[in-house]
Design a protein around this ligand. Structure first.
Ligand code: V47
Ligand code: SF4
Length: 420
């Protein structure tokens, strides 16, 4: 048997082992005679690969203990992805932090009237291309473009930007803008969604990130993100994008003034669209952070709630392949923990190119991780680090990689010697 074949057989055995381990944990739950009836029903469904209902989703949010939902979510995670944990090498471009909208949770944006605020920026096309060129020769595979909404960043501007990036570096995956920007720029250009999405695809956009979803419920959305595209428009733009054969991500902004019903409603709408198109790749729960925004009086939710939310999302979204913990928002430690609660992806190296979460009070004030640090973060919790491209093609398996820095002998001489 050749080396590659032997490797895939071994991999298959390891995956099988982790699935059996996960199944044993679910069986332990099911064999517990004091397990409440509804818990048992849901655990049985998960064990039988059946979908849970809206009511059962709500029940999990209201009554599912962290250990219970974690066990179920981990079983699903390992059945879908084994121990594999994905990351990529990427950088962000945030064209501006000036915005015509005034989302109450947003710590990052400045209203147009605050243009002279020293913390406001608005990059020119050339400045954005300068950022792209900064990564020439570096092994990044994705540029993630998202920022505020401003009239001068209109459809012709963005089409030119995408074309320029592609002309400069054709293999760089452009993951750009959300339905919030697209709805605004198409309306301004008097272009219907279908035509607009075709134009941006032809100009070089490869996929759409998951932002701008916030909470779909209209009453909550009106309170925290008035005026920008509504849930139907957000979902419709993704649907059209998927119909063009393209892929996108989805998010939820949770842990603020929404109720559990609103979270389930959000998950349900995504699950329904995914049944129709199959175009979503990953779901990214985004924890509300409360620094420097108009909702600073709203307390942030606990880590236990973060982990429960990942787990219930994993259980509910049976038709999503991946759940992502975005480490710049949640921090490295919780990102590591989340890998036992349904998460199988922790996003990328970032290289300190996003301000959205540092400005909102995340522990990660200068988000940047080297490939080695990401790999170590994953390996330290016993998972298998895989570098992926944006579309989840595996680029490199880092399970056994020894980095140059690891080879250097670091022995006792490194310890400080205190002389008495
Ligand atoms: O839509 C803004 C969120 C989103 C705050 O698709 C906040 O791979 C918490 O969508 N507290 C933009 N969240 C970022 C985004 C994203 C990030 C990483 C990966 C991907 C992907 C997408 O950031 C916004 C909003 O929901 N956000 N302010 C805040 N104070
Ligand atoms: Fe503007 Fe986006 Fe901030 Fe809302 S979340 S104010 S749309 S930058």
């Amino acid at each position: 048997m050749n080396k590659d074949r032997l490797g895939s057989v071994l991999q298959f055995i390891i995956t099988l082992e982790s699935i059996m381990r996960g199944k044993q944990q679910v069986d332990i739950l099911l064999n517990n005679p004091s397990l409440p009836e509804m818990h048992r029903l849901i655990a049985q469904k998960v064990a039988n690969l059946q979908r849970i209902t809206r009511e059962e989703g709500l029940y999990l949010f209201e009554h599912g203990e962290m250990s219970f939902v974690g066990t179920l979510a981990n079983y699903i995670r390992e059945r879908k992805n084994g121990d594999q944990t994905y990351f990529n090498r990427n950088f962000h471009i945030e064209p501006t932090n000036l915005c015509v909208y005034d989302c109450k949770f947003c710590s990052y944006s400045r209203l147009i009237k605050q243009k002279s605020d020293p913390s406001a920026w608005a990059y020119s096309m050339e400045e954005m291309m300068e950022i792209v060129r900064r990564y020439d020769g570096q092994p990044v595979t994705e540029v993630h473009i998202v920022g505020g909404v401003l009239p001068q960043y209109d459809l012709p501007f963005y089409l030119e930007l995408f074309q320029k990036i592609k002309a400069h570096r054709p293999e760089l995956h452009v993951k750009a803008l959300t339905p919030v920007e697209y709805h605004y720029i198409f309306k301004k250009a008097n272009v219907i969604y279908e035509d607009g999405m075709r134009m941006i695809r032809d100009a070089g956009v490869d996929s759409m990130p998951g932002g701008g979803a916030e909470i779909f419920d209209p009453v909550i959305r009106e309170q925290i993100a008035a005026d920008k595209c509504d849930a139907e428009q957000w979902l419709r733009i993704h649907e059209i994008w998927h119909e063009l054969g393209m892929r996108s991500n989805a998010t939820i902004l949770y842990g603020h003034i929404e109720s559990y019903e609103h979270r389930v409603d959000h998950l349900e709408r995504l699950r329904q669209l995914q049944d129709k198109t199959g175009g979503f790749q990953t779901f990214i729960p985004l924890k509300f952070r409360n620094k420097e925004n108009q909702m600073s009086h709203v307390e942030e939710c606990s880590t236990i709630e973060d982990l429960r939310n990942y787990a219930i999302s994993r259980i509910y979204l049976d038709n999503f392949d991946h759940i992502k913990a975005y480490w710049p928002m949640i921090g490295r430690n919780i990102a590591q923990m989340s890998l036992a609660f349904g998460v199988d992806d922790i996003d990328g190296t970032i290289d300190d190119t996003t301000k959205i979460y540092s400005m909102a009070g995340s522990e990660e004030q200068n988000p940047a991780l080297s490939t080695r640090e990401l790999v170590e973060l994953i390996r330290r919790v016993g998972r298998k680090p895989l570098e992926r491209d944006t579309l989840y093609n595996v680029l490199q398996d880092y399970s056994d990689t020894v980095f140059e820095e690891d080879k250097a002998w670091r022995g006792y001489l490194d310890l400080p010697v205190i002389q008495s």
